[in-house]
Structures are given as structure tokens and as C-alpha cells.
Write a protein that binds this ligand. Structure first.
Ligand SMILES: [Zn+2]
Length: 119
């Protein structure tokens, strides 16, 4: 497990930019109907370890199923750089690991596979 580090993240066009402090200890993908289509790998942080620096007005909101997660994507480039949700009562942010500058290579054989399709 690596030390927590502050990563810079952004969408493809750069309109949406943020920083997040995390050790990327748990990376996961998900087999729900939506995640299957975009195949992103995510990692969660408590919302207070996340700062959105630019682009709130560029975000388009998409919700489905239980409407528990705010899927936010850039209206210019379409990339979902993060989403917002809650774990119990704790506000969380799910980072799109592929949007983080300097993040380690993702080994899909070692990440957690979340069974979103079965929930
Ligand atoms: Zn963008």
C-alpha cells in the first residue's frame, strides 16, 4: 500500500479540474449496466479529501436506478472524471483513476470487482 498523495485530476478537455488526497488503496470496477459501458476504474475518497477547482458549471448530472450516485460528466468532452455519492451517511467522491495525473498503471487483475449488476 502506498502513502497518501494529492493527485490532480481532470476531464479530457480540462474544463473540469480537481485534486484529491488518497493512497488509491482500493481501486474497483463495476459490472452494472452503466459501468460496463464505460469500463472506468474508480477509487473512493471521503468528500473532504476532494476539492473541485474548476468546472462545476461544465458538469452534467446523470442518475439512474436508485439515484444514489450523482454521475457527473463534462458537457464538452463527455468524460466522467468523478462522481458523488454517500457511503452510509458519509459523503464520498468516486474518482475516475484514469483521470488522475501520475496515477500508477491499473492492473485489472488485482482490482476489486464490484457486483453492481447484482444489486
Ligand atoms: Zn471536459
Amino acid at each position: 500500500m502506498s502513502e497518501p498523495k494529492t493527485y490532480q485530476g481532470q476531464c479530457h478537455c480540462g474544463a473540469v479540474r480537481y485534486s484529491a488526497t488518497t493512497d488509491l488503496g482500493t481501486m474497483f470496477d463495476c459490472d452494472c449496466s452503466r459501468c460496463r459501458r464505460i469500463a472506468s476504474v474508480m477509487s473512493s475518497v471521503p468528500a473532504d479529501q476532494f476539492t473541485l477547482h474548476a468546472g462545476e458549471e461544465h458538469l452534467t448530472l446523470y442518475r439512474f436506478n436508485h439515484h444514489a450516485i450523482d454521475h457527473l460528466f463534462c458537457k464538452t468532452c463527455g468524460v466522467q472524471a468523478f462522481s458523488r455519492g454517500k457511503f452510509g451517511d458519509t459523503p464520498m467522491v468516486m474518482l475516475n483513476v484514469g483521470c488522475l495525473e501520475g496515477a500508477p498503471m491499473i492492473d485489472r487483475s488485482t482490482i476489486t470487482h464490484y457486483n453492481g449488476a447484482g444489486n
